[in-house]
Design a protein around this ligand. Structure first.
Ligand code: ADP
Ligand code: MG
Length: 731
């Protein structure tokens, strides 16, 4: 009897919702309490210091050390009032999540052993040497020069968690190469600001800055912790490597937007209270399509801040889930046969004068700006579709993409009928019409009449990885566990490069004597034609689309290690370099890291799978088989030969079926181990990742097939791993 599993089921089943109490009546009473926001800062820092920080944030000016001391002192005073005794530089290494090393504020004054004071200097705030030499660096930091630095990002507010002041930082090597997500993200944000502002200046010289905005939607699963604890695969890899589909899963579509189970509601409330304390404006929560799958989304914000908030929320989710005896699964595909989890990145650009550049306006001129940004976004996505795919690819997200629930491993853009019509008209317009706009500010091209309330009226295409949704693009292909930066770096860099090209072309035409509008129209018309292959309004899940996309010349590669190669193509290297985001060395090093992580994830999964099969599945199956054999033996003893052969038909067939699966399991696990050994001998990170993809990964499906069939025939009482129906329906 499988006591562990049934005990876990019983414990999970009996659990009740844990009541949560709101910190205060109104959210505004405690919102952002643990964040050193601008308004909080102004209470702890002088006006002069505030100005310097503002300067540092807006113009990237380095703070001088006396100012840094003042900031540190104010920050420490605030943090200590909230109970902080430690501080940490909080950074985003190339692995998942965030990293931190806590140091106490204490210091000796005078001789060691004498008096202790609590101190936090500007030097400690601004920069620290990271003694952790074991972060992935792709060879940038050889061991003899293993120094890395974390440096304060003043544009992202510090916060206090428990007893620790957390200071968001970038992480760079001794040679200045970035070893994290934040440094290139900040550079890409600054590049798109520069390029977009220059384009805005054609129309409004008051525009001095363009912001990149991000609103993420985070999907996740919740599983009861006692069930989780009895699934070594969930524990070690974040997903179930085995498990037969349950009879009912999501086919009735009764979970999506359904009433939220009470234990889950309590978790969500608790999480929201936490989020509000950290100034994360959570707005939406609902059930997702798969059983036990949910989603949350905040109000969008400036991209750098929004990324930090997403990382913080993923961490908070894990922590709060434990208080409710849940485990949160951020893996992209924890369960076969039901939807996986993604993260939708709603992305837009907006000016410091308050204009959304992907928002249709009220006047023809505003709409022209809108069309310029829209068409340039299409061009950027068209030119760099392979790179964009690389930015969202990972070993874990690969299980989701291409399956019938998420965008395929091909990037295309969806616009909806109304906007498509406008672009078609524009493409076929005559030169006179273009000039007409100059004079009369009116145009029959349709761009004068785009309703600003298009927003929620845009037809939704859930199968598109990059969909225009009225005032933003929704990049839907991201994995639920990803750092949003990866995609945002590429998107902002590609857009910056594209807008820069656009301006060069327009300026050239102006120099040749064309009017601004005429020049813009000519370039746009050409872009609309060129970028056409990226526009796709049909069903992204269909097989025809794959063939069609291939004909259109879009990147259709679906092997993750090969997809990463897009990062170092000549075009990619050029835009990253031209936009000042990353050097070729950095790109190469980061790919090394990606391949290494890919290989390691598969290696771990292969090991866990082998263990599960050899130490759970096969022993249980043979134990059951031996019961059947015992029964057969007894039948033979009791009945006549004729009668016994009739009575033993079923048991006999089952014994053979089990034998067949067990033999297949053992053989395939052995072969998989051999394949792993061969792959492990390869030196080169790329070759190794490709080898894992091509020769180890295929065994996962085969092994699973046999194990899942055994799960169906073996006595339920003997089966030791919680089944899908238990994992997905107990809440
Ligand atoms: P849906 O599920 O319909 O896509 P949600 O409400 O779940 O919508 O999420 C939409 C996300 O898009 C939210 O985070 C929202 O704040 C964000 N968003 C809305 N407008 C913009 C914009 N202009 N730029 C970036 N993000 C935006
Ligand atoms: Mg949504």
């Amino acid at each position: 009897m499988s006591h562990l599993r049934f005990n876990a089921v019983e414990a999970a089943f009996k659990r009740k919702a844990i009541p949560v109490v709101a910190p205060a009546k109104n959210v505004s009473d405690y919102y952002g309490k643990y964040v050193f926001s601008v308004s909080t800062m102004s209470r702890y820092l002088s006006a002069e210091v505030m100005d310097s920080i503002q300067n540092a944030v807006e113009r990237g000016v380095t703070l001088d050390s006396s100012i840094a001391d003042d900031v540190a002192a104010g920050m420490k005073r605030w943090a200590c009032e909230l109970g902080a005794t430690h501080y940490t530089h909080w950074f985003q290494p190339l692995t998942d999540g965030t990293a931190q090393k806590h140091d106490s504020f204490i210091e000796y004054v005078g001789m060691p052993g004498e008096n202790i004071i609590e101190n936090f200097s500007g030097k400690l705030l601004v920069q620290q040497e990271s003694d952790a030499s074991s972060f992935p660096n792709g060879g940038i930091r050889s061991t003899f020069e293993a120094r890395g630095y974390t440096a304060w990002d003043p544009s992202s507010p510090a916060f206090v968690i428990d007893d620790t002041l957390c200071i968001p930082t970038i992480f760079i090597s001794y040679t200045g190469d970035s070893l994290d997500f934040k440094a290139p993200l900040l550079r890409s944000i600054s590049a798109v600001n520069k390029a977009a502002t220059a384009v805005c200046q054609y129309f409004d010289t008051n525009v001095k800055k363009v912001f990149s905005y991000l609103g993420w939607e985070q999907e996740y699963f919740l599983v009861d912790e006692s069930l989780y604890a009895t699934r070594p695969d969930l524990l070690m890899t974040g997903r179930t490597l085995l498990g037969h589909e349950s009879a009912k899963n999501q086919q009735l579509e009764d979970h999506y937007f359904g009433s939220i189970p009470s234990r889950v509601t309590a978790f969500m409330q608790d999480l929201e209270y936490e989020a509000y304390r950290y100034g994360i404006p959570l707005k939406t929560r609902h059930n997702e399509v798969a059983p036990n799958q949910f989603e949350l989304a905040p109000i969008y914000g400036e991209t750098n801040l929004s990324v930090d908030q997403n990382l913080l929320i993923m961490w908070l989710m894990k922590r709060v889930a434990r208080r409710h005896s849940f485990r949160v699964l951020l893996h992209e595909k924890p369960f076969a046969g039901v939807n996986g989890s993604g993260k939708h990145n709603n992305w837009s650009l907006g000016t410091d004068t308050g204009v959304g550049l992907f928002t249709p306006g009220k006047t023809p001129e505003e709409n022209l700006v809108f069309i310029i940004f829209l068409v340039n976004a299409l061009m950027a996505v068209y030119k760099h579709n392979g790179l964009l795919k690389a930015s969202i690819s990972s070993a874990t997200n690969a299980h989701r993409l291409g399956a019938n629930e998420a965008p395929p491993a091909i990037i295309s853009a969806f616009l909806g009928k109304q906007i498509s019509d406008v672009l078609d008209k524009l493409e076929n317009s005559t030169e006179e019409e273009a000039i007409l706009l100059d004079e009369k500010k009116r145009l029959s091209l349709g761009i004068a009449h785009i309703p600003a309330v298009l927003l929620d009226n845009t037809d939704r295409n859930r199968t598109s990885p990059f969909a225009f949704t009225g005032n933003r693009f929704e990049f839907r292909a991201l994995g639920s566990s990803a750092n949003c930066s990866s995609a945002m770096i590429v998107l902002n860099t590609a857009m910056a490069a594209q807008l820069t090209d656009f301006k060069t072309e327009v300026d050239f035409k102006i120099d040749c004597g064309k009017s601004v509008n005429q020049a813009i129209f000519e370039v746009l018309k050409c872009y609309i034609k060129t970028s056409k292959p990226i526009r796709f309004e049909g069903n992204g899940y269909s097989d025809e689309w794959k063939e069609e996309a291939m004909r259109r010349g879009l990147d259709c590669e679906d092997s993750v290690p090969k997809i990463f190669k897009s990062y170092t193509s000549a075009e990619s290297v050029k835009i990253f370099k031209d936009m000042g985001v990353m050097s070729k060395t950095e790109l190469k090093a980061r790919n090394e890291v990606k391949w290494e992580i890919y290989t390691k994830k598969l290696q771990i999964e292969a090991r866990v799978l082998g263990d599960l099969v050899l130490s759970h599945v096969i022993p249980v199956a043979t134990r059951y088989q031996s019961l059947l054999l015992d029964n057969l033996y007894k039948i033979k003893q009791i009945y006549s030969e004729e009668k016994s052969s009739e009575l033993s038909l079923m048991d006999g067939a089952l014994v053979e079926e089990i034998t067949g699966h067990v033999i297949a399991l053992k053989r395939n696990v052995d072969e998989m181990v051999e394949a792993r050994k061969v792959a492990n001998r390869l030196e080169n990170a790329y070759d190794k990742a490709v080898c894992y993809h091509d020769t180890v990964l295929p065994y996962f499906e085969i092994i699973r097939y046999h194990a899942d069939h055994l799960e169906l025939i073996v006595d339920d009482e003997m089966w030791s791993l919680p089944k899908y129906r238990e994992l997905l329906f107990i809440r």
